[in-house]
Design a protein around this ligand. Structure first.
Ligand SMILES: Nc1ncnc2c1ncn2[C@@H]1O[C@H](COP(=O)(O)OP(=O)(O)OP(=O)(O)O)[C@@H](O)[C@H]1O
Length: 238
């Protein structure tokens, strides 16, 4: 198991939001995280990324317990995180954003080159301020900056929300390619879940801060099934 999340509880100060979330990730898997607004999906990503304290339960990454580690330590171990908002430095250029992401690494230059070589769109815009990028370009930069660390698991918090369909398709294609090379992805999805379910193996439903169902993503592509799951009371079937 690459990532094993067991009964985790977390929140903001005294406000408890996650009341027990479980799921597992194998190398190369794309895991979809679905649930209503306010269910705790972003909070879950922050807790795994080490940005929020975990009050109970465990997060194991390649057999190492990551509870209590700082966000930097978690990232260094191999867990990348692309938050929903404020995921680039708006007042820096594309290239500067990439360099900041590569700063902790000795081979920073070659890491930046490797990722940039993959994305002509970023190379063309290397000197452009991140604040002036389109939504799709910005998300491409945010994901690229996370990839500089060469994560084994990438946490994506709604990276395609509000993007034009061409960017959505491009990001899905790109992430699928990375997964086929062995990187695992935990993908919080709101918009067009069907598109992502098509490339995902397992789905975790979060509701009221709890994982309420764990099932194969292809099941959710059966007509009416996803709508039924989003409406019905669910029991954790893990
Ligand atoms: N910094 C914060 N302090 C206190 N409560 C917060 C904070 N951030 C989020 N919350 C609360 O935590 C709960 C879960 O929020 P979260 O953003 O994790 O949900 P979500 O499932 O990602 O929702 P959405 O789909 O709308 O993005 C919400 O009730 C929200 O108001």
């Amino acid at each position: 198991m690459l990532l094993k999340v067991t009964k985790i509880k977390s929140g903001y100060g005294k406000v408890s939001i996650l009341h027990g979330v479980d799921f597992n990730v194998l190398p190369g898997q794309i895991i979809t995280v679905l649930g209503p607004n306010g269910a705790g999906k972003s909070t879950l990503m922050k807790a795994i990324a080490g940005q929020l304290p975990v009050s109970s339960g465990t997060i194991e990454f390649s057999g190492t317990l990551t509870n209590g580690l700082s966000a930097q330590e978690v990232n260094k171990l191999g867990i990348g995180y692309v938050p929903q908002e404020q995921n680039v430095f708006a007042e820096l250029t594309v290239m500067e954003n990439m360099k900041v992401a590569a700063m902790p690494f000795k081979d920073a230059g070659s890491r930046v080159d490797r990722v940039m070589d993959h994305f002509p769109i970023l190379k063309e815009r290397a000197a452009q301020m991140a604040s002036t990028l389109s939504g799709g370009e910005r998300q491409t930069l945010a994901i690229s900056a996370a990839l500089v660390a060469e994560p084994k698991v990438l946490l994506l918090d709604e990276p395609t929300a509000g993007l034009a369909p061409i960017f959505v398709d491009r990001i899905i294609e790109w992430i699928t390619e990375l997964a086929s090379e062995g990187m695992a992805v935990v993908w919080v999805v709101e918009q067009d879940p069907e598109k992502i379910l098509t490339v995902s193996q397992m789905t975790c439903f979060i509701e009221g801060g709890r994982s309420t169902a764990w099932l194969e993503s292809e099941i959710l592509l059966e007509p009416g099934r996803l709508q039924q799951m989003l409406l019905e009371d669910k029991k954790c079937s893990k």
